[in-house]
Design a protein around this ligand. Structure first.
Ligand SMILES: Nc1ncnc2c1ncn2[C@@H]1O[C@H](COP(=O)(O)OP(=O)(O)OP(=O)(O)O)[C@@H](O)[C@H]1O
Ligand SMILES: [Mg+2]
Length: 128
């Protein structure tokens, strides 16, 4: 399953660079971290982690890049942002909330699609 997380990372980089993000842009690291956390949650908390799959979709809109990850369902359980004071676990979505400009989730039948948005560098002045 570690392999699928690596694939997810590579898919992200190959899709975004160089058209949407320059190599070495911190945004790519942030997006990769968020996708890692989403993928880890699919594996830990949903049927995707029991011989299943998860799906990643990337979307570029006006001034925004969006990553979406769809799992195979957790018998009706959904992502829940835990209190930062909770300690050991519940850090994944805290990280997502800190790095993404917006994030959320929606049901897709029994599955869940989690999504996170980032400001697109396209609208950002280039450093010279
Ligand atoms: N795709 C998902 N489907 C159903 N429940 C989810 C999903 N993702 C997260 N959750 C629920 O939301 C909770 C919080 O997720 P979060 O990633 O913040 O913490 P964690 O996975 O429990 O621990 P950590 O990420 O720190 O290892 C999880 O414990 C789980 O109950
Ligand atoms: Mg997690």
């Amino acid at each position: 399953m570690d392999r699928s997380v690596r694939h997810a990372r590579r898919f992200l980089r190959d899709t975004l660079v160089p058209e949407h993000v320059e190599t070495g842009d911190e945004l790519l690291d942030d997006m990769a971290l968020v996708v890692d956390e989403f993928a880890a949650n699919c594996i830990a908390h949903t049927a995707s982690g029991r011989g299943g799959k998860f799906h990643i979709a990337l979307w570029a809109g006006e001034g925004v890049l969006r990553a979406e990850v769809t799992d195979e369902g957790a018998r009706g359980a959904r992502p829940l942002l835990r209190d930062a004071a909770d300690g050991e676990s519940g850090r994944g979505l805290q990280i997502v909330a800190a790095l993404a400009s917006r994030w959320g989730h929606r049901p897709d039948g029994p599955r869940t699609t989690v999504w996170a948005e980032f400001p697109s560098p396209a609208g950002r002045p280039r450093a010279s």
